[in-house]
Design a protein around this ligand. Sequence first.
Ligand code: HEM
Length: 161
Amino acid sequence: MDIAEWLSALEHSPLAELMRHSLWTYPIVEVVHIVGFAILVGAVALFDLRLLGFSRTVSIRALERHLLPWAWVAFLLIVPSGVAMLSAHATEFIANPAFRVKLVLIAFAGVNALVFHGGVYRSVSSWDQHLPTPGAAKASAAFSLALWLGVITCGRLIAYV
Ligand code: HEM
């Protein structure tokens, strides 16, 4: 099945029918989406601000251990609710430039996080607390903040484009 057939199947699914015809389902699902990304982007932003050098007394590893599980919980809210909303008008949303750019920025944010965790973060024990963070960690944090700001902006613009 190619992407167009998959989107059409999604748009004609019982889930899509419910999302389109039930008065409260879509708004409730959108609230779940908003709660999800508030937790995700909130957790990411607090970690990035620490990497940028704020609150040096706070251990970066301890902060990561606290925030990362909540970021994953947030994805369990964001992705199903996002797919449910997508199902309601799949072919329309996929043609929406704001939606497309949003998905590309999410992919970049994922790659940026993988490069960070697989790269400079391996040496975190030498800059975990009370010390300046390496330039590569600061660059990754600044890029991450810009990407997630872009994702939220594109998400909001979907309804206007
Ligand atoms: C992973 C991080 C994500 C973030 C931070 C995010 C953020 C947002 C934001 C800020 C909005 C606007 C909400 C509003 O104004 O009420 C939105 C809407 C939307 N999102 Fe996401 N989203 C994410 C992932 C996804 C995924 C994975 C999908 C689907 C595959 C998706 C599908 C949608 C759809 C369809 C809308 C439009 C809702 C509408 O305007 O009716 N989102 N998202």
